[in-house]
Design a protein around this ligand. Sequence first.
Ligand SMILES: Nc1ncnc2c1ncn2[C@@H]1O[C@H](COP(=O)(O)OP(=O)(O)O)[C@@H](O)[C@H]1O
Ligand SMILES: [Mg+2]
Length: 154
Amino acid sequence: MDFVLTSDSPESTRRLAACLASLLDAGDTIVLTGDLGAGKTCFTQGLADGLGCPTQVTSPTFVILHELEGRLRLYHLDLYRIETAREFADLGLEETLFGDGVCVIEWGDKFAEELPEDRLALDFHFDGDTSRRIRVSTFGERSSLLAAKWRGAC
Ligand SMILES: Nc1ncnc2c1ncn2[C@@H]1O[C@H](COP(=O)(O)OP(=O)(O)O)[C@@H](O)[C@H]1O
Ligand SMILES: [Mg+2]
């Protein structure tokens, strides 16, 4: 099930994410794509808030993985600087990606075949200064159910 959400401010993006956070289960995977500045990290901040993570979400830049503790453990990954399959493999992310935390992965489409297949994918588009469109796509039963709940609740 695919649909588009709209946001007219950073707060609105964080609110949408916090609502999604309330619906997440251990093992869920969310991939975020879209140009620099489109709102992927902003969305992740809302996810962390919604999960009750006390630590601030930052843009990882050189740090590929941040781990935050909340209702569920949140792994925030940013693959922007990872270029080759070898570099990705060397990160040794299997336990993170296939464990019982929630993974939110900026630029995750770069290594999509290495990620859990059943994942929620959010593609961010600029739609004016503070407007964004977020295209929601799903890749299996679990993510479809999650997306349907999110659409109904937020
Ligand atoms: N509706 C919106 N949703 C998300 N961010 C927005 C929105 N409107 C403006 N912004 C601004 O756009 C920037 C998004 O940055 P960031 O989340 O770091 O992007 P990315 O991680 O995709 O590179 C922030 O400066 C934020 O304040
Ligand atoms: Mg970012």
